[in-house]
Design a protein around this ligand. Structure first.
Ligand code: MRU
Length: 363
């Protein structure tokens, strides 16, 4: 996608052929800072501190992180150790583990002398496939927006989304936002309700920024506004991304997604999750029981960061100094509350038969 007319991906290899660039998402929307990563420790730090975040993007960054690791030491012991270090950075999004497993499967059978080149080729394939899959998700998702327009007899379609599942969360296009970009490119009248997504405000800072850069009309709302908007007919469709989906269609996504799904069900609003197959954990059936939920630093809840009137960026405390805080970063929406899943192979019911219909090789 474009930033001020210039096409970007969220991750790319420098002209030197080996170092890795990412956009520092902790600085958005106030500054577009490009980081150059040269060591596996930089990649691990980037994932842990969310300089790069979003399930598909952390998979791609972990893959390139392993490339950087191999440049320092391509032995099998070091490779396994560094892959484990990268895998430990964040627990919920399965793309991280998926990408590292894919890298290791390719590299374990590759002679040490050829490992670095093979690793860069595999990481590039992971990144390119992510772009292609998200582009396909966009194509399969546009009919949802067209159907919402038809249901209301034409006019603007209001789509609610939670967190950031746009191009910043992937290598390009995004998942939940991909159908919105494609519909908008095709001339459909789409407006997005952007949940601010406390505590880290990925909606307010990232989704609003990238929609704005692409010229998509949008309005940021407090996370608690969604139910009210749905009750008053202001939401035609909800589309969210996912960090891990079970084979039965349960969806782990940013904390607060479950509450939006409950409100959508109560108000008859279609609630879809846009999911590349790299986000599906075929080994897990019960999301509430089996998906590990990341608990992040309480400071993300007690403090907020924003732009001051003089243009500087500052962090301020919003809770009493002696109040504790808890920060579960994700929740699980049971499949029964999800209207359906949009994948790169098409749309399906959020259920074992639905997913097996699209991915019969996982039976
Ligand atoms: O903690 P984050 O910002 O990495 O969480 C991201 C999300 O929850 C996204 O909705 C999800 O990864 C889907 S991204 C295409």
């Amino acid at each position: 996608m474009k930033i001020d007319g210039v096409a970007y991906r969220t991750i790319w290899v420098n002209q030197d052929g080996w170092s890795v660039h990412i956009i520092d998402q902790t600085k958005l929307p106030w500054a577009v800072d490009i980081l150059r990563l040269t060591e596996v420790a930089h990649a691990a730090h980037g994932i842990r501190t969310m300089q790069a975040r979003g399930a598909p993007l952390i998979g791609a960054l972990a893959a390139y992180g392993l490339c950087l690791a191999l440049r320092a030491d391509a032995s099998t012991d070091a490779m396994e150790r560094d892959a484990a270090l990268l895998a430990a950075t964040r627990p919920t999004a399965v793309n991280l583990r998926w990408a590292l497993e894919r890298m290791l499967t390719r590299l374990r059978n590759t002679p040490t002398s050829e490992r670095i080149a093979a690793a860069y080729a595999e990481a590039a394939a992971i990144a390119d496939e992510d772009v292609a899959q998200n582009e396909a998700i966009g194509r399969h998702g546009v009919p949802l927006i067209e159907a919402a327009a038809a249901r209301k007899g034409g006019g603007r379609v209001n789509v609610l989304t939670h967190c950031n599942a746009g191009w910043l969360a992937t290598v390009d296009w995004g998942t939940a936002l991909s159908p919105i970009y494609m519909a908008s490119n095709a001339g459909l009248d789409v407006h997005v309700w952007v949940d601010e997504t406390r505590p880290r405000n990925q909606g307010a800072a990232l989704t609003a920024w990238e929609l704005g850069k692409h010229g998509v009309p949008h309005t940021v709302v407090a996370d608690n506004a969604g139910g009210h908007l749905m009750q008053h007919g202001e939401v035609d469709l909800a589309i969210v991304g996912a960090d891990r989906v079970t084979r039965a269609g349960d969806v782990a996504n940013k904390i607060g997604t479950y509450l939006k799904a409950l409100a959508a069900r109560d108000n008859g609003v279609p609630f879809w999750a846009a999911v590349p197959s790299s986000t599906i954990d075929w080994s897990v059936s019960d999301g509430v029981r089996d998906i590990p939920i990341e608990e992040r630093n309480a400071a993300e809840v007690t403090d907020v960061t924003g732009r001051m009137a003089d243009g500087s960026v500052a962090t301020v405390r919003v809770t009493p100094l002696d109040s504790g805080a808890a920060n579960p970063a994700f929740d699980v929406t049971p499949a029964r509350l999800i209207t359906g899943l949009v994948t790169e192979r098409g749309r399906c019911e959020a259920s074992v038969p639905g997913l097996m219909g699209l991915f019969p090789e996982q039976r």
